[in-house]
Design a protein around this ligand. Structure first.
Ligand SMILES: [Zn+2]
Ligand SMILES: [Zn+2]
Ligand SMILES: [Zn+2]
Ligand SMILES: [Zn+2]
Length: 507
């Protein structure tokens, strides 16, 4: 590599002339960042560059794509072709699209908003081609895993009226575990503390040696299958109920998983009851009014209580499988779309949308994918999370159990954070497309011409990840920040109800 570009690409390699702190460093900026930012801002095509990167400006690690964009005539012949070589930096910038706030706050925020709009549309309807859905019966349910050993926990019997979120809850909790004899390892299984919401011991077992690590990682591994069987069971019961009442019923749902501090997932789902139109089976129509909320709730409660099965056998479990079921604490079910219940709707939708931007933060740590080189570092025998990881690693060697190793960084749980039935709402793809239209038409979506858009063919390939210099990142991120603040101010001015305001989707 030449020395000239080196300073541009590797700002930390820039030699510093003096030992006294650089004035920019005193302001909290990294001098390399400032040098490269100044260099960029002095170039003649700087405004053009800023405009060019606008779509990805807030992203932490944008992806740079190179190739050609073809514009065709209506008859399919080529009108002209644009090469990314002719663009600033010779590439197109696109956001990384990561849903995790710990990886890219900006892309996670976009994903959160999309999820919010997707769920809200599935509950209220009357938008994006969906019929009005406010009259459909719907529930919000939380389904929890069983216990795998006693852990420090925080139980609040009644929350204060103004308690807003469980992260910031300061209500008085019960005593953790007031009673308990010493365990076989002579550890006192008693804890008389009233834990604060931020207490790092929450979710930690009282005795690591008594804890059923295999049971927990296998449950995480099997959770998807348990959900599938439970919904199947609910469908059978709905069919029976429908037969009895002489109507056809179907449920459509969206579900999200969330981590508990002990390192196990639980599911939150919004399940909506729909009817069926014989002439148009895919149409979303309300269920017949003979079905009551109580009947719908009973079907779901029974399915979650009844469903259990035995997993595939494993040599480490004496050649047998594990019994997989929901916890005895089981199911928490709230009616939504209920008369007068709409206040909760925005709140619950907001919760669900927030969960999708999270990973295992609540357990105290976020791991990257674990491999043969890093396993020893992470499988620390004296920590709860280390033992979970070790259990995944050990059990994951058996035939048919490889996903345990693959998802050891998530304590055995793989799969998508959100899943939804077809027809619950619009798709993420649809919402993204709406955003593209909004951006390309600069806020005038009625100007969008789908046929015209189809004539533009992108032939792009991956080139690199990230900003070229830390200075570029600084400039782009601050420009995006300023743009968002302007948009937020404009929106607040136009509509005080920021939680439910739907547009613009553009972030
Ligand atoms: Zn990003
Ligand atoms: Zn405790
Ligand atoms: Zn509280
Ligand atoms: Zn013990």
């Amino acid at each position: 590599m030449g020395t000239g570009e080196n300073a541009e690409t590797w700002p930390w390699a820039t030699p510093t002339a003096s030992t006294s702190p650089h004035p920019d460093a005193r302001l909290g900026f990294d001098p390399g960042e400032v040098i490269t930012a100044r260099r960029r801002a002095r170039t003649s095509d700087y405004p053009e560059w800023l405009d060019h990167v606008q779509g990805a400006a807030a992203c932490k690690h944008p992806i740079r794509l190179t190739g050609q964009i073809d514009v065709k005539n209506p008859d399919g012949s080529l009108m002209h072709s644009i090469d990314t070589d002719t663009m600033p930096d010779g590439a197109i910038y696109t956001p990384c699209g990561n849903r995790r706030a710990s990886v890219c706050p900006s892309c996670a925020e976009v994903y959160r908003r999309d999820t919010y709009h997707l769920i809200a549309a599935g509950l209220r309807g009357d938008r994006w081609g969906l019929p009005p859905l406010g009259q459909h019966l719907a529930v919000f349910l939380t389904a929890t895993a069983p216990s795998f050993g006693t852990v420090h926990h925080r139980v609040v019997k009644t929350h204060a009226a103004d308690c807003r979120s469980k992260d910031t809850c300061t209500c008085r909790p019960s005593v953790c575990h007031p009673f308990g004899k010493p365990c076989p390892h002579s550890i006192e299984t008693r804890c008389t503390a009233r834990h604060k919401a931020s207490d790092p011991t929450l979710g930690q077992p009282l005795c690591l040696d008594c804890y059923d690590y295999a049971g927990q990682v296998v449950w995480n591994h099997e959770a998807r299958e348990l959900w599938r069987r439970t919904i199947q069971e609910a469908d059978r019961d709905l069919q029976r109920l429908g037969k009895r009442l002489g109507v056809t019923l179907r449920r459509r749902y969206v579900k999200v998983y969330e981590w508990q501090a002990r390192g196990v997932i639980h599911y939150h789902a919004v399940i909506r009851l729909d009817g069926y139109h014989p002439d148009c089976p895919t149409a979303i129509v309300p269920a017949d009014q003979v079905v009551t909320r109580a009947m719908f709730a009973e079907v779901l409660e029974t399915a979650f209580r009844k469903t259990s099965y035995v997993s595939a056998p494993h040599p480490a479990n004496g050649g047998k499988g594990w019994r997989i079921a929901w916890g005895r604490q089981g199911l928490d079910l709230k009616h939504i779309n209920a008369p007068g219940g709409d206040e909760n709707l925005a709140k619950l939708t907001g919760y669900l949308a927030k969960y999708v931007t999270k990973s295992t933060e609540v357990t105290g740590q976020v791991f990257r994918r674990i491999d043969d080189l890093t396993i020893e570092l992470h499988a620390t025998p004296d920590t709860h999370l280390g033992r979970l990881i070790q259990a995944c690693w050990d059990l994951g060697t058996a035939d048919g159990w490889h996903r345990l190793r693959r998802y050891a960084h998530q304590f055995g749980c793989g799969g998508h954070i959100t899943t939804k039935s077809r027809g619950f709402s619009v798709t993420y793809g649809f919402i993204r497309h709406q955003r593209t239209i909004w951006r390309r038409t600069q806020g005038f979506p009625h100007l969008w011409d789908e046929q015209e858009a189809d004539l533009v063919v992108y032939r792009l390939g991956y080139h690199a990840t990230g900003w070229i210099t830390t200075g570029d990142a600084l400039l782009a991120n601050s420009a995006a920040d300023a743009a968002r603040r302007r948009a937020d101010a404009a929106r607040d001015y136009a509509d005080d109800d920021t939680v439910t305001s739907a547009l613009p989707l553009a972030a």
